[in-house]
Ligand binder design. Structure first.
Ligand code: BGC
Length: 408
């Protein structure tokens, strides 16, 4: 077993809309209108252009149900965060990445909700008490309804309001948080919401796509500036989705590079999120997740090497798979950590791994059927059950982490 650097963080990740429950934002509005159509039109076919769902017969019924596409109570993490973080602590996890729901904090433009801000302070504080380094994301795909109505990231006013919200959260979280990510996977959002027209606002508009991407670049820059005013010691970054793709796939390269090229210079660190190996044609015999995505955990090495040339500390802020039966997850985590260890041994400055996800959650337009959790969530009772792969992750952490080593 290769070593990981001292202080390497072993974490898990979630996002507000996917686990909290009880949200009101552009997504909850969209779900109301989209759920019936999604339930009607779902089939065994490709998901984000990947292979067909290998578990279609098992998930068919759930996928054909309208309720699958309504985030609703999600995993009730808003109420249960404390016990969830205790479960994570029991596994020996040393970091937790969560996102703040902008719509809760700023329900009307310029009007802040102190109770909501207090909630996120409490989550960050609980992370500390449970020995997990908090990594906070300020935007993970959802917008307040007013921001969406103003045109989302295409609107200068929304970009400015985001920076002001970042300042507000930066001031509130200062006692407990060192690492903040402005945006989650802006490249995925741009493509899925504004080119493929799958996510709200469901546009297929190359010009809108361009405007929104420029808006997100500006949002990162302005928010970073405001966060540094709130606390010059903050380490501010963003999380990028990186796929592995064939050398001839120039479009994928453009997608992978756009934000990294523009934002790396303004960032103290980068979050790398890797799930997918894209192949041209079918790759026979490849293992696939429940969503049909080809499982290639050794690819962490390649994406980390690729991003290392920007000279910033890296964290794998998401990596995981939909696997309801928990067939591949233990193997996937072990291989992923091995691949990351190989990269760090070859000189890449990677300081942590956050498994996606801590909990089964709401997988956007796919709804609840894909199960990404280290911890299974019963949709009726909300009961939590730790999956065997989570115990395996716990064992790996003990092996990698010399006794008494402190996270940095
Ligand atoms: C997103 C998560 C999502 C995960 C699995 C990432 O693109 O940040 O919100 O659940 O991938 O699809």
């Amino acid at each position: 077993m290769q070593k990981l650097p001292a202080g390497f963080l072993f974490g898990s990740a979630t996002s507000a809309h996917q686990v909290e429950g009880g949200n009101h934002n552009d997504w909850t509005e969209w779900e109301k209108t989209a759920a019936a159509r999604l339930a009607r039109s779902v089939n065994s076919g490709t998901h984000y252009g990947q292979g067909p769902t290998p578990v279609w017969p098992e998930i068919r019924e759930a996928a054909k149900t309208e309720a699958n596409y309504i985030s609703g109570r999600a995993a009730e993490h808003y109420e249960r965060y404390e016990s969830d973080l205790k479960l994570a602590a029991k596994l020996g996890l040393t970091a937790y990445r969560f996102s703040v729901e902008w719509a809760r904090v700023e329900p009307e433009p310029g009007v802040y909700d102190e109770a909501a801000i207090g909630h996120y302070i409490a989550v960050a504080k609980t992370c500390r008490e449970q020995n997990q380094e908090p990594f906070v994301t300020l935007w993970h795909f959802t917008l307040p309804v007013w921001a969406a109505e103003m045109g989302g990231w295409a609107s200068d006013t929304v970009v400015e309001r985001f920076a002001a919200y970042a300042r507000r959260m930066g001031e509130a979280l200062r006692p407990y948080v060192s690492h903040i990510a402005t945006l989650n996977e802006p490249e995925v959002y741009g493509v899925v919401a504004y080119l493929l027209g799958i996510w709200p606002p469901q546009r297929r508009s190359p010009s809108g796509f361009g405007r929104v991407r420029r808006g997100m670049v500006q949002a990162h820059r302005l928010a970073t500036h405001e966060l540094k005013l709130a606390n010059p010691a903050y380490k501010v970054g963003f999380c990028t989705s990186q796929a592995i793709f064939p050398a001839s796939d120039h479009v994928q390269k453009l997608i992978n590079d756009y934000f990294v090229h523009r934002l790396a210079g303004d960032s103290d660190w980068m979050g790398v999120q890797y799930y997918v190996k894209r192949t041209l044609g079918s790759s026979k015999g490849a293992l696939r997740s429940d969503l049909g995505w080809e499982l290639h955990p050794e690819g962490h090495y390649e994406v980390l090497k690729r991003l290392a040339r920007y000279g910033k500390p890296l964290y794998v802020t998401e990596s995981g798979l939909a696997d309801a039966k928990d067939r591949y997850r233990a193997w996937y985590i072990e291989e992923s950590l091995g691949s990351i260890a190989q990269a760090t041994n070859d000189g890449v400055d990677c300081r942590g791994y956050f498994h996606w996800s801590l909990l089964d959650n709401f997988e956007w337009h796919e709804g609840f059927w894909p199960k990404f959790g280290l911890i299974e969530v019963d949709r009726d009772t909300m009961e939590r059950r730790v999956r065997p792969s989570a115990e395996h992750y716990a064992k790996l952490i003990r092996q990698y982490q010399p006794a008494g080593a402190k996270p940095r």
